[in-house]
Design a binder for this molecule. Structure first.
Ligand SMILES: NC(=O)c1ccc[n+]([C@@H]2O[C@H](COP(=O)([O-])OP(=O)(O)OC[C@H]3O[C@@H](n4cnc5c(N)ncnc54)[C@H](O)[C@@H]3O)[C@@H](O)[C@H]2O)c1
Length: 391
C-alpha cells in the first residue's frame, strides 16, 4: 500500500485533549513535517498540552477560530498547508443538552468553513475529519456485532447530531469537489491532558479530593475506552495509510460499565465503593452502549497496545503529578456540568461550587470566561461574565 507523506499539516483543536497527543507524537516522530496548530483556546484547552512540541522548529501555534474564513484561508495559503487533521469541536455531551447552538456553530459551521477554504485554495491532499462513535447512536445491549463504517448514522443527542451533520458536509465536499477526505469515528479516549469534565479524569480528581464519584442513572451504561497514545498512533496510521473517501472506526472490543469504571478508580485510591459512589439523576438521554467494528483500521496495521489497568494507572499518576494543570475545576467536577465554561478561581462566591448556576424563570445564567491567557485562565482576573441563555 502506497504511503502518503504530508508536508505541512494544519491540526485544529490541538490545545485540547486528543489532538495534543497527535501533534506531540507527529512532531516527535517526523521532524520533516511542519505542523501548524489552530485552536481558539476554549475553556477545555491548555497550551501546556503542547509543551513537548513548543520549542520544535517545525511547530507553530495560532490562536484563532476555525469559523473565521479569512484566517483559515490565510493560513492555508501562507503556510502552504497540504493536509488538515480536523479535531476542533465542542465535545461535551452534557453541555450540548444546554446551549446546543454552540455545537452547531463550532462543529458544523466551523467544519464548513474549513471545507470551503480547502475548495477555494485547491491545494489540500488529505482532509482527515475526526468524528465519533456517537454518530451511530446507541447499540442494542445484546448486539454481538459492532457498527461498521457503512452503518446508518442515528445520533441521539445534540453533540452527536452536530458531529453527524459535519460528516455530511465532509462527504459532500468529497463528492462535489473531489476533496480527498477521510473520516474517523472513535470510541471514548482517556489519558493525560483531558479536561476533567469527562468521566475518567473527573473520577480521578474527585477521588484525589476524597469526594464521592457521581454516576448518572444506575451506571449500567457501557462505554469503550482507548488510551490516548494508542489513539494518537491510530491517527498516525490513518494519516499515512488511510484511503481517501473511506471512514475508519477507531475502536476497542473491550467494554466496561460506568459503575465498573468508578469501582476501578475507587480501588486505585483504596476507597470503599459502597460509600464513595453516589447515584445521581441521569442525562435526558444516555446511550446504553457504543459498539463499533474496528477491523478496517486493524487491516491498516493498527492495534490497541495499552491495557485498561496500565492506562488507568498512568492516567491516575499523571493527574496526581499535575494537580494544578487545569486550575480551579470545581465546576467541571459537578455531576452535570451543564455550561459552556468552568467557574473561576477569583474568590467570587458566585463562582464557587454549584452556586454559579442560578435559575431565573425559564432562563439559566451561565458563566463564560472573560479572559484567557497563554492557554490557562488568568488567576485572579475577572474570568466570568454572566450570560443569559434559554435551556
Ligand atoms: N474525547 C473523546 O473521547 C472523543 C472520542 C471520539 C471522538 N472525539 C472527537 O475528537 C475530537 C477532539 O476531542 P477532544 O476530546 O480531544 O476535545 P477537547 O474538548 O479536549 O478539545 C477540543 C479543542 O478544540 C478547540 N476548539 C473548539 N472549537 C473551536 C473553534 N471553533 N476553533 C478553534 N478551536 C476550537 C478547543 O479550544 C479545544 O482545544 C473532537 O472532534 C471529538 O468530537 C473525541
Amino acid at each position: 500500500m502506497a504511503s502518503y507523506r504530508p508536508k505541512n499539516i494544519l491540526i485544529t483543536g490541538a490545545a485540547g485533549f486528543i489532538a495534543s497527543h497527535v501533534c506531540n507524537r507527529l512532531i516527535r516522530n517526523y521532524p520533516d513535517y511542519k505542523i501548524v496548530v489552530l485552536d481558539k483556546l476554549d475553556y477545555c484547552s491548555s497550551l501546556q498540552n503542547l509543551l513537548p512540541s513548543k520549542s520544535s522548529p517545525n511547530f507553530k501555534f495560532v490562536k484563532g477560530d476555525i469559523g473565521s474564513d479569512d484566517l483559515v484561508n490565510y493560513l492555508l495559503i501562507t503556510e502552504a498547508i497540504d493536509t488538515i487533521m480536523h479535531f476542533a469541536a465542542q465535545t461535551h455531551v452534557d453541555n450540548s443538552f444546554g446551549n446546543s447552538f454552540e455545537f452547531t456553530k463550532n462543529n458544523i459551521y466551523g467544519t464548513h468553513v474549513l471545507l470551503e477554504a480547502c475548495k477555494v485554495t485547491g491545494q489540500i491532499k488529505r482532509f482527515i475529519h475526526v468524528s465519533t462513535d456517537e454518530v451511530y447512536g446507541e447499540t442494542d445491549e445484546d448486539a454481538v456485532v459492532g457498527n461498521h463504517e457503512a452503518s446508518q448514522l442515528l445520533p441521539t443527542n445534540p453533540y452527536s447530531a452536530t458531529k453527524a451533520g459535519a460528516e455530511m458536509l465532509v462527504m459532500a465536499y468529497g463528492r462535489s469537489y473531489g476533496l480527498p477526505v477521510i473520516t474517523t469515528r472513535g470510541n471514548n479516549v482517556y489519558g493525560p491532558n483531558q479536561f476533567p469534565e469527562k468521566l475518567i479524569p473527573k473520577f480521578i480528581l474527585l477521588a484525589m479530593r476524597g469526594l464521592p464519584l457521581p454516576i448518572h442513572g444506575d451506571g449500567s451504561n457501557v462505554r469503550s475506552y482507548l488510551y490516548c497514545e494508542d489513539v494518537a498512533e491510530a491517527f498516525e496510521c490513518i494519516l499515512h495509510k488511510g484511503e481517501v473517501g473511506h471512514v475508519y472506526n477507531i475502536g476497542t472490543k473491550k467494554e466496561r460499565r460506568v459503575i465498573d469504571v468508578a469501582k476501578n478508580v475507587c480501588k486505585l485510591f483504596s476507597m470503599d465503593p459502597k460509600t464513595s459512589i453516589k447515584f445521581v439523576e441521569n442525562r435526558p438521554f444516555n446511550d446504553q452502549r457504543y459498539f463499533v467494528d474496528d477491523q478496517k483500521l486493524k487491516n491498516l496495521g493498527w492495534s490497541e497496545r495499552t491495557t485498561w489497568e496500565e492506562g488507568l494507572r498512568k492516567t491516575m499518576d499523571w493527574y496526581i503529578q499535575n494537580p494544578d494543570w487545569w486550575g480551579d475545576v470545581s465546576g467541571a467536577l459537578l455531576p452535570h456540568p451543564r455550561m459552556l465554561m468552568m467557574p473561576g478561581v477569583n474568590g467570587s462566591e458566585e463562582t464557587q461550587s454549584e452556586s454559579y448556576v442560578s435559575t431565573n424563570a425559564d432562563k439559566t445564567r451561565i458563566e463564560v470566561p472573560a479572559s484567557i491567557s497563554n492557554g490557562k485562565h488568568q488567576p485572579g482576573a475577572q474570568r466570568y461574565q454572566p450570560v443569559n441563555c434559554i435551556e
